[in-house]
Design a protein around this ligand. Structure first.
Ligand SMILES: [Zn+2]
Length: 278
């Protein structure tokens, strides 16, 4: 699933491709459930003829602002991705909706598993009001993060995956951040010292920055993986310390990485560096 660095990479790619300023000549929907709307024809008609005036990201959501004041909010979920191509490129059966743009371009939403979602809103802030702060928000200091964290009587992994606590993290970056911070995924948040919590915050920023700098994580080679707008792969998978590295040596202490299940998610950790202390 694309997490914050992957969605940000898609956003930067769309900006690079000069999507802002393009006119949407037509919107076509091939899989109705991708669109969160009770009336697909009015959804399509609201978008048709609009100019793309801006692009944004909030948590794992990509936002496309339109000239009529509406915004498209897209969640890629498991396998969603965008492809920008010319109108004469053959259409894959996995395209769930597409926008015809001027200059014979099409922005296609490719989603093999069909969990991706798109909705139209006139108030993005209200639509996404449940999301917690951005990990790089200027008003989120390590001290404030630590205060928020220590107040929670929850294990670290499910807490960090909770988008209402902090927006943008998923399975990969949570596992990597906990390893960076020498913390066990099942450690109770309320048992951490302020210093440990601040260290965790810095670890989260560190792994996200690494993901952003390497244009996201593309783990496998199939259609279900993360790909950039151009179809290129990210390169963060080569820098992972624990995620999907079961049996391989911990880069810090050489102990084999183990895989366990926490909050129904495959979880990777070093049993030597990340000791549970409750
Ligand atoms: Zn280790």
């Amino acid at each position: 699933m694309p997490e914050m660095p992957e969605v940000q990479t898609i956003l930067e790619d769309l900006k690079q491709a000069c999507l802002i300023g393009k006119k949407i000549l037509k919107m076509s929907v091939f899989w109705d459930k991708t669109i969160i709307s009770s009336d697909i024809s009015s959804f399509v008609n609201t978008i048709k003829g609009q100019v793309i005036t801006g692009l944004d990201r909030r948590g794992k959501y990509l936002i496309i602002h339109l000239s009529n004041g509406h915004s498209l909010v897209i969640h890629f979920r498991m396998t969603g991705r965008f492809i920008l191509t010319s109108t004469d490129t053959p259409l894959s059966p996995y395209i769930r909706f597409l926008m015809d743009l001027d200059q014979n371009m099409q922005l296609r939403f490719h989603d093999t598993r069909k969990f991706g979602r798109c909705l139209l809103t006139q108030n993005v802030n209200e639509t996404l009001s449940k999301l917690g702060p951005e990990p790089f928000a200027s008003d989120l200091s390590p001290q404030l993060f630590a205060q928020n964290l220590i107040r929670k009587k929850r294990a670290l992994k499910p807490l960090l995956l909770d988008q209402t606590f902090l927006a943008g993290l998923g399975n990969i970056y949570v596992d990597e951040a906990l390893w960076e911070a020498h913390l066990h995924p099942l450690q109770q948040a309320c048992c951490l010292s302020a210093t440990q919590a601040e260290t965790l915050f810095k670890a989260i920023q560190k792994v996200l920055r690494r993901g952003l700098e390497s244009q996201g994580t593309t783990l496998g080679i199939g259609k279900t993986n993360f790909y950039r707008l151009s179809g290129k792969r990210g390169s963060h998978q080569t820098l992972l310390n624990v995620f999907r590295r079961e049996g391989k040596p911990c880069p810090r202490c050489q102990t084999p990485i183990i895989r366990t299940v926490v909050a129904q998610r495959g979880t990777h950790l070093c049993p030597h560096c990340q000791i549970l202390k409750n």
